[in-house]
Design a protein around this ligand. Sequence first.
Ligand code: NAG
Ligand code: NAG
Ligand code: NAG
Ligand code: NAG
Ligand code: NAG
Ligand code: NAG
Ligand code: NAG
Ligand code: NAG
Ligand code: NAG
Ligand code: NAG
Ligand code: NAG
Length: 333
Amino acid sequence: MRSQIPSLAATALTFSYLVVGQTTTDCNPLNSTCPSDTALGKTVTIDFTQGENSEFSADTGTTITYGTNGAEFIISSNGLAKTISTNSYIFFGKVSVALRAANGTGIVSSFVMESDDLDEIDWEWLGGYTTTVETNYFGKDNTTSYDRATSPTVSDPQDTFHIYTIDWTPASITWSIDSVLVRTLYYADALDGANYPQTPMRIKLGNWVGGAADESTGTVEWAGGYSDLTEAPFTMYVKNITIEDYTTNGTSYSYGDMTGSYESIIIENNSTSTNTSYSVGESVGTNSTSNASSTASSSNSSSSSVSVTSGGSSQPASFLLGLVGLGCAYLVL
Ligand SMILES: *[C@@H]1O[C@H](CO)[C@@H](O)[C@H](O)[C@H]1NC(C)=O
Ligand SMILES: *[C@@H]1O[C@H](CO)[C@@H](O)[C@H](O)[C@H]1NC(C)=O
Ligand SMILES: *[C@@H]1O[C@H](CO)[C@@H](O)[C@H](O)[C@H]1NC(C)=O
Ligand SMILES: *[C@@H]1O[C@H](CO)[C@@H](O)[C@H](O)[C@H]1NC(C)=O
Ligand SMILES: *[C@@H]1O[C@H](CO)[C@@H](O)[C@H](O)[C@H]1NC(C)=O
Ligand SMILES: *[C@@H]1O[C@H](CO)[C@@H](O)[C@H](O)[C@H]1NC(C)=O
Ligand SMILES: *[C@@H]1O[C@H](CO)[C@@H](O)[C@H](O)[C@H]1NC(C)=O
Ligand SMILES: *[C@@H]1O[C@H](CO)[C@@H](O)[C@H](O)[C@H]1NC(C)=O
Ligand SMILES: *[C@@H]1O[C@H](CO)[C@@H](O)[C@H](O)[C@H]1NC(C)=O
Ligand SMILES: *[C@@H]1O[C@H](CO)[C@@H](O)[C@H](O)[C@H]1NC(C)=O
Ligand SMILES: *[C@@H]1O[C@H](CO)[C@@H](O)[C@H](O)[C@H]1NC(C)=O
């Protein structure tokens, strides 16, 4: 979760931003040897109307309640942020969340995917903006000024449940609302891949006060202004979430070197380590997709999958990416 500061303060949501990194990592694999990450390795659907789920853990100081609208992330007059994160990681995948954002000026609801080296893919809702949502991404904690955020329109996100989806492959990331594509980011368009999110990620759901008195003025401006906590509660609801790990049957993911490249990620299961080398084809980065005016499915990349197998020899597999074809080979160590 990060906030962005309009560098031209006069207008809201300008195209030029400074960025405040608000994210930390316990161990950064780009400069340290870190423990491996537990792999999800499968698809799970979590119905938060049934209560707490063991796939998620709450950050210190977070108390989530559950009701007929699912998980309730309540900011009360004391303004505490509320964040829960998955215990396991996905290595490319598709995540859909049925969510109603919190109201209130300066209140930031978020659904973020984040890796240990601080690659990040974001959806963020600002409580004072009732017709837009923000998409964003970061590669390797690169928070230099840039125009990475977009603000697609959505109707009444604070009053209506919508389904927000991130579909993440080595070739592209798509953001969709109720199955309608609103943004595509190709690998090549993210600084030739250098800023492209590509390492195993956890999913984080949270609600925080961007308009708090002790935030920087830039963060407050980005968030839409100072929050009035006397108007609390400001509640974000997450009814359900479906998380599909495109890498199946792995038990853990680790960084084979300090490049932060997806090619360096080692997929392990209990009996073997597999260096999965995705070769990014020349077609990566080409534009041929339809956009929000298209009606049918939001993207045609949902057939992607990687299965971890072992057995001592290299095994070819295909990584179907809809309009973009990629080759994928396994090298078994
Ligand atoms: C590793 O990188 C992180 C993130 O950039 C930084 O906060 C940390 O200080 C670095 N650690 C070392 C030992 O360089
Ligand atoms: C936010 O919603 C709650 C509950 O619906 C309501 O009590 C509160 O007045 C609203 N606050 C603002 C600032 O709209
Ligand atoms: C960070 O991203 C900017 C573009 O947003 C780029 O100019 C810069 O070189 C990147 N820094 C690194 C260390 O990759
Ligand atoms: C969709 O295409 C239209 C027309 O080319 C363009 O104005 C719009 O920005 C595109 N939207 C997305 C989400 O790419
Ligand atoms: C999640 O909740 C939304 C909104 O109520 C609903 O439309 C959708 O069917 C639910 N999905 C699952 C998988 O339960
Ligand atoms: C992956 O695990 C599932 C469920 O245990 C199993 O049905 C499938 O055969 C496994 N696939 C591979 C490639 O091992
Ligand atoms: C994985 O395999 C690729 C392709 O052979 C190689 O370039 C890379 O160094 C390997 N990574 C590790 C961590 O062994
Ligand atoms: C992997 O091995 C550990 C230790 O033997 C065991 O606890 C765990 O259940 C195994 N995981 C899977 C997915 O088989
Ligand atoms: C893809 O389309 C976007 C928006 O039209 C453009 O900015 C970008 O440069 C295109 N990328 C490639 C690789 O053509
Ligand atoms: C690891 O891979 C082997 C070979 O494909 C498979 O038999 C085994 O079930 C896998 N283990 C796990 C935990 O998926
Ligand atoms: C998705 O891609 C496949 C293979 O390229 C194609 O056969 C199918 O018609 C596409 N579906 C849509 C909805 O575009």
